[in-house]
Design a protein around this ligand. Structure first.
Ligand code: ARE
Ligand code: CA
Length: 469
C-alpha cells in the first residue's frame, strides 16, 4: 500500500530543491522525460512564513507553514497547476513535500506568502483556520521547556515542539480533516504522492487516520507516500513503525554509502540488515538530502556535490544497486552558509535556472541530476528493475556487478580499470550509457567482456540489454 509512484515502472525521482514551478515545468519537458525520470520532489507548496528575523529569507522558512493555500516562494497556484499538468503529460510525476506536523515557529507573526495573517505565539492561523485548541500544549508534552529534547521518549518526540515549531495535534478529527483536504486538493491537481516531513514527530496511527481520508488518484490507485524518519539506531523511534504506511527514509544508507565510497571494501555490506536497515521494499534512499548536505538533520561526514568525483560514484552505484527506492538530489551553491536561500535577486525572488549550451546549469544552480554519470543511470535502473544482483566483484578498488542478465555496472576509484569479466549478459555490442555511447563494449558468447575505464572524472561504465546501440 502507498508504494506505487504511478510513473509506469520508472524508478528514480529527483528533488529539485527550491526550484520555481515555471522552471520545473520546463525541466520535465526538456530533460527529465527524455532521461526516464519517474518524477520530481518539489519544495513545500503551501503558504509559509517569510523569515527575516534571524536571517534574511533562509531556505528553511518553507518548513514553517501558515496555511494550505498554494502560494509559496516557488510560485502561485496557477503556476503550480500548470507545472503538474505539463510534467504529467510527458510522464513525469510530482511529489509534494508535505509539512503537516506543525505550523510556524513560536515568535513568528505577520503575513505569509499567500497574504494570510498569523500569530504563532497565539497559535492563531486563520488561513486554515487553526487555533490554540488544535495544537499540542504542555499538558501532552513531557519535556520541561515544551520542546523535543529526548529522542528516547516517543511522547517527547511526537507531542512536543520540534525546534520551537507549533505542534499540531493530529489525533483530532478536525486537524486530520484539514490536512486530508490539503492532500485531496493536490491529488485533484494531479500530484502523485507525498513526502511526509517530520513523520517521526507524528504518531503512525494518526498518519494512518489521515491517509484513510485521502482519496485515490484520478487515474486510480493510492497515492505514493514516503515518510521522513531519521533512524540511525540512536533513539526510540524506528523506521519499522512506518513501513505499513508506505516507504520510509533510510538515513543509515547515507552513512553506509559514504563509508563505502571512501573505502571500497565497505561496499560489501552497504546494505546491512544486521544494522537494522529497512527492508528494500520500503527503504527510501539517497546519497544526501537538503538537510544533511548542509549539516541539518542527520548530517555529518556525508558525500555531496562538493566532492564531484566521489559523489558521482556514490549516486551511480546507488542507482545500479538492488536496494530501495531512489531519489537524486539537485542542489544550489551555498558555500559554508547553511541557511542561505536559493539563488535570488535583490528582492529575494528566486532566480531562474539557467541552462548553459553544454547542458550544465548556471545562476548558482548545481544540477547534479544533469551530470551524465547521474542522469544516464536513471535509464539503467529502469532497465534492470526487478532483477537480482550477480557476479559481484570488489577488489583493487574496483567494483563491478550484473543485474540479472539485463545490465552490467563497473566503477574504479583510481579512474582506471582493464579487466576481462564475466558479465552474464547475452552476446552483443553494447553502448556505455555514461558516455552516451562514445564507448562500446563487446560481450562474447560466453558472457565475457573486456571492461576498460580510463576516465578520472567519470570512472564508471554501465550498459543494459535493450539500451541504445
Ligand atoms: C528553524 C531554525 C530554528 C528555529 C526554528 C523555528 O533553524 O533555530 O527554532 O526554525 O523558528 C528545517 C530546518 C530547521 C528550521 C526548520 C523550520 O532544518 O533548522 O528551524 O526547517 O524553519 C530532526 C527531525 C527531522 C528534521 C530535522 C531537521 O527529526 O524531521 O530535525 N527534518 C525535517 C526537514 C527539515 C525541516 C523540518 C523537518 C521541520 O527535512 O528541513 O527543518 O519542518 C538527530 C535525530 C533527528 C533530528 C536530527 C536533527 O539525528 O535523530 O530526528 O532531526 O538529530 O535535530
Ligand atoms: Ca508532533
Amino acid at each position: 500500500q502507498y508504494t506505487d509512484p504511478h510513473c509506469n515502472g520508472k524508478q528514480v525521482i529527483v528533488h529539485l530543491f527550491e526550484w520555481k514551478w515555471t522552471d520545473i515545468a520546463l525541466e520535465c519537458e526538456r530533460f527529465l522525460a527524455k532521461k526516464g525520470f519517474c518524477g520530481v520532489q518539489v519544495s513545500p507548496v503551501n503558504e509559509h512564513a517569510m523569515v527575516t528575523k534571524d536571517y534574511p529569507r533562509p531556505w528553511w522558512e518553507r518548513y514553517q507553514p501558515v496555511s494550505y493555500k498554494l502560494t509559496s516562494r516557488s510560485g502561485i497556484e496557477a503556476e503550480f497547476v500548470d507545472m503538474v499538468q505539463r510534467c504529467k503529460k510527458v510522464g513525469v510525476r510530482v511529489f509534494v513535500d508535505a509539512v503537516v506536523n506543525h505550523m510556524a515557529g513560536l515568535g513568528r507573526t505577520g503575513t505569509g506568502t499567500a497574504g494570510s495573517t498569523f500569530n504563532s505565539d497565539n497559535y492563531d492561523f486563520p488561513g486554515v483556520p487553526f487555533s490554540r485548541q488544535h495544537f499540542n500544549m504542555r499538558d501532552r508534552c513531557p519535556s520541561h521547556d515544551g520542546n523535543v529534547n529526548n529522542y528516547g521518549d516517543p511522547n517527547n518526540v511526537r507531542n512536543c515542539h520540534l525546534v520551537g515549531l507549533t505542534d499540531l495535534d493530529q489525533s483530532q478529527d478536525y486537524v486530520q480533516n484539514m490536512i486530508a483536504a490539503f492532500f485531496n486538493h493536490l491529488i485533484d491537481i494531479g500530484v502523485a504522492g507525498f513526502r511526509i516531513d517530520a513523520a517521526k514527530h507524528m504518531w503512525p496511527k494518526d498518519i494512518t487516520a489521515i491517509q484513510n481520508k485521502v482519496k485515490d488518484l484520478p487515474e486510480g490507485g493510492r497515492p505514493f507516500f514516503y515518510h521522513e524518519v531519521i533512524d540511525q539506531n540512536d533513539g526510540a523511534i524506528k523506521t519499522t513503525e512506518y513501513t505499513a504506511l508506505g516507504y520510509v527514509t533510510e538515513f543509515r544508507y547515507c552513512q553506509k554509502i559514504a563509508w563505502g565510497i571512501r573505502n571500497f571494501g565497505d561496499l560489501n555490506n552497504v546494505v546491512d540488515y544486521g544494522w537494522h536497515m529497512t527492508q528494500s521494499s520500503h527503504a527510501f534512499i539517497f546519497v544526501d538530502n537538503h538537510d544533511n548536505q548542509r549539516g541539518h538533520g542527520g548530517g555529518g561526514n556525508l558525500i555531496t556535490h562538493k566532492s564531484p568525483k566521489d559523489y558521482k560514484m556514490a549516486v551511480a552505484f546507488t542507482l545500479a544497486y538492488d536496494y530501495g527506492f531512489t531519489r537524486v538530489m539537485s542542489s544550489y551553491e551555498f558555500g559554508d552558509d547553511s541557511s542561505l536561500g536559493p539563488p535570488h535577486n535583490a528582492d529575494f525572488t528566486t532566480k531562474d535556472v539557467l541552462i548553459n549550451s553544454d547542458g550544465s546549469c548556471g545562476n548558482g544552480w548545481i544540477c547534479e541530476h544533469r551530470w551524465r554519470a547521474i542522469a544516464n543511470m536513471a535509464a539503467f535502473r529502469n532497465a534492470v528493475a526487478g532483477t537480482d544482483k550477480r557476479k559481484w566483484r570488489n577488489e583493487n578498488d574496483q567494483v563491478s556487478f550484473a543485474r540479472g542478465n539485463k545490465g552490467f555496472f563497473a566503477m574504479a576509484k583510481s579512474g582506471h580499470m582493464d579487466a576481462t569479466l564475466d558479465t552474464g549478459l547475452p552476446a552483443g555490442v553494447y553502448c556505455d550509457l555514461i558516455t552516451d555511447c562514445a564507448q562500446k563494449i563487446t560481450v562474447d558468447g560466453s558472457g565475457s567482456a573486456h571492461i576498460v575505464i580510463n576516465n578520472n572524472n567519470d570512472p564508471i561504465i554501465a550498459f543494459v540489454v535493450g539500451g541504445p546501440t
